[in-house]
Ligand binder design. Structure first.
Ligand code: NDP
Length: 680
């Protein structure tokens, strides 16, 4: 049987060891062998740091985002081969969809995040500039930059495609190379994924390597710039936490472990309501998707004590329609577990749970569709009912398969206490249309859960479900769930970056973060609206004014806009206003007058004004005040594929005489890259 290669220093590497077999989850036949004895782990880490890291950093956030998009498109063309590989690990077409299409979705999500929210280059600004002296000569700002290390991801067996991709996407975007170590049980699926990625030719050398088998001494070579992203058992997490690289050398460790997720049925959701039906169908879905091998699956179904009977009855009826068998057959709803070892593990956990709960659905499987029930890793969908909801077992024992326990609660407070007995979980769901119950439970569940889904008849048609982590929302949980955080949009990117506070003159801060900073020199000369972005420099500015604001201006603006607010039109009422003490100009009049001062009216490279950010009116403007404005090119953001870029201008409107700042805001414009515009 073929031994799977590891991808090492840009080529496939094979051990001479005969290795360990991996079996088909359905037939028990050997499908591959894994061997990593002699793996050059130190060289892998060095190659990632010395070759992969610099190559990724040479690209910048925008190019890396585009790369993720291209990778998503490439893998989308090869989903069939990934589905075929997944079937070997026991996945039905529906299971594989969550894993494969779900993983590709993460790539697309991070590609789009890069487009929307990340700059060119490798410096990501974090917050605003902090002024550190009165004279404006010394300031500080936080920035994120790529770490100089490698991310080693250690994955669980249950999501051999989504697992690697959800970790790879933010790491790549951040500019960090990755070494993937899949779980041995489903390594052939991840191996296929990595083969595809390598064949795509999209990633630079060193950006991705693969350990197909045991990790050997890989972690011994990690240091303070490196990260380990782990998903798996609490026992392995414990080993990793005490590993010398983590304990003494500062390697950053993220952990996702087991989780006794709860789903709570509200007291209002009695039989006959939409919410009751939603609850039962979600419970059955969570039990059967991926044969319950989802870290987010419902393990504890918390229902009002009086509704235990109806819930069990409805769930039993639905579960009786679940066909178990060969995952390749279209008439099969649920396939086997990933391996015989997992089946032994799950059977043992069900026996432990049965000490405190009655099995109402489940037991031995005499027959499965198209497969031998003993040679394949089959387990029947299993529903238990706790004899006493407060007993320890259902809150402590995780059977990582198609297994859930129904527990009756007395009132919502009791339900919240029971949910917290899981000691920290990835997700909880509340199925209820009662606002009081929902609000109380969400507040009680929040400290114990990484994600909370509130489901009712209104949200149901659009809901993504209890068990599906989303790229833009946090995935992780406190306490027993490991304390780690993954995904969450930008949060996962910044977790792969290093944050530092840089102090210096405004000029220094502006250069480092590619943004003009107040206090840095301005260049007053040719009107900056005459310059295309190919000629525009940060700091190019125009100062204009004064413009005296008259009482007639204010009255005319009120008439034109229809804004007759008393502070602009009624002298007596305005005098009584404690903030103004008399008639003041409309804020939008001030902004309009400022535009009248700084705009260059002739056709030129400025194509459009598309908004303002951070607009603040800081000093009231009274009739007779003279206003001046300074507009400074603050930031240029390239628009890939367009003949123009986005230019952000710092606008500062001041009152002549005392120099008080009347208004401050950013003006956003689209400016041609060349002028006249070059035809394609
Ligand atoms: P393990 O912790 O045994 O394995 C997880 C990963 O860690 C595998 O890739 C494994 O590799 C690797 N590993 C194990 N020991 C070491 C080590 N000393 N050094 C480096 N890597 C190591 O978990 P399982 O996959 O067996 O899953 C068991 C339990 O994990 C489940 O029952 C469930 O409770 C939990 N789990 C949690 C998930 C979550 O997202 N929160 C998801 C899936 C599982 P190898 O396979 O080669 O041993």
């Amino acid at each position: 049987m073929q031994t799977l290669g590891s991808f090492v220093e840009d080529s496939w590497w094979f051990s001479t060891d005969p290795g360990q077999p991996v079996l088909d989850a359905t037939t028990g036949e050997e499908v591959a062998r894994l061997a990593t004895r002699g793996l050059p782990t130190e060289a892998m880490v060095r190659f990632a740091r010395d070759v992969g890291g610099p190559a990724l950093r040479a690209l910048g956030f925008q190019d890396r985002g585009a790369l993720l998009g291209a990778l998503g498109a490439y893998l989308s063309e090869h989903v069939d081969t990934l589905h075929d590989a997944s079937a070997v690990a026991g996945a039905t077409a529906r299971d594989a969809w969550f894993d494969v299409e779900g993983g590709i979705g993460v790539l697309y999500s991070y590609a789009s995040l890069a487009k929307r929210s990340l700059p060119e280059g490798n410096v990501l600004r974090d917050g605003e500039v902090e002024r550190l002296d009165r004279g404006g000569r010394f300031a500080g700002r936080h920035i994120f930059v790529p770490r100089r290390g490698v991310e080693v991801q250690i994955n669980a067996f249950n999501f051999p495609v989504w697992g690697p991709l959800e970790k790879l996407a933010p790491a790549l975007l951040a500019g960090m190379p990755t070494i993937i170590k899949p779980a041995s049980q489903t390594a052939p699926v991840t191996h296929r994924l990595v083969q595809l990625i390598i064949d795509s030719g999209l990633l630079p050398p060193g950006a991705l390597q693969l350990v197909a088998g045991g990790a050997e001494d890989l972690l011994d070579h990690l240091g303070p710039q490196d990260t380990i992203a782990f998903t798996g058992s609490a026992a392995t997490a414990e080993l990793l936490r005490s590993h010398p690289s983590v304990r003494t050398r500062g390697t950053h460790l993220t952990v996702e472990t087991d989780s006794l997720n709860a789903s709570i049925l509200g007291p209002d959701a009695v039989p006959g309501t939409n919410e009751f039906d939603l609850y039962v169908s979600q419970l059955v879905d969570e039990l059967t998707i991926k044969a319950g091998q989802r870290c987010t699956a419902i393990r504890r179904a918390l229902v009002p004590a009086s509704l235990v009977g109806p819930v069990v009855e409805a769930a039993t009826e639905r579960l009786s329609a679940v066909t178990v068998g060969d995952p390749r057959r279209p008439d099969v709803v649920m396939g086997p577990l990933a391996s015989l070892a997992q089946r032994a593990e799950v059977r043992a956990r069900i026996d432990e749970l049965a000490r405190a709960a009655d099995v109402v659905v489940g037991g031995d499987l005499d027959d499965v569709l198209g497969a031998d029930p003993e040679r394949g890793a089959f387990v029947a969908p299993t529903l238990l009912v706790a004899r006493d909801a407060d007993r320890d077992e259902p809150h402590r024992i995780e059977a990582f398969g198609p297994v859930a326990t129904v527990l009756g609660y007395q009132d919502p407070q009791h339900a919240a206490k029971l949910a917290a007995r899981g000691a920290g979980s990835l997700v909880a769901s509340v199925v209820s249309a009662d606002a009081r119950v929902v609000d109380e439970l969400v507040m009680e569940l929040a400290p114990w859960h990484g994600r909370i889904l509130v489901l009712d008849a209104t949200s149901a048609p659009a809901s993504t479900g209890h068990g599906s982590p989303l790229p833009r929302l946090l995935h992780g949980g406190p306490g027993r769930a490991g304390g780690g955080e993954e995904l969450g949009g930008m949060r996962a990117v910044t977790r792969h970056l290093a944050r530092t506070a840089v102090q210096g003159t405004p000029s220094v801060l502006g250069r480092i973060a590619a943004q003009w900073v107040p206090g840095a020199p301005r260049h007053l000369g040719e009107h900056p609206f005459r310059k295309p972005t190919s000629a525009l420099q940060l700091g190019d500015a125009i100062s204009a004014g004064p413009r005296i604001v008259t009482a007639d201006d204010i009255a005319a603006f009120a008439a034109l806009s229809g804004d007759h607010f008393y502070a602009h039109t009624n002298p007596e009422a305005a005098a009584a206003n404690p903030l103004f003490g008399g008639i003041v100009a409309h804020g939008y009049l001030v902004v309009s007058l400022a535009a009248g001062l700084f705009v260059d009216p002739e056709p030129g490279p400025v194509l459009a004004n598309y908004g303002v950010d951070n607009l603040r009116f800081l000093t009231p403007v009274r009739p007779g005040d003279a206003l001046s404005v300074t507009l400074t090119a603050k930031e240029i953001t390239p628009r890939a594929g367009m003949p123009y870029d986005e230019v952000r201008w710092d606008a500062e409107v001041t009152r002549d005489g005392d120099g008080a700042i009347v208004a401050r805001y950013d003006v956003l414009t689209m400016v041609a890259r060349t002028w006249p515009l070059e035809a394609d």
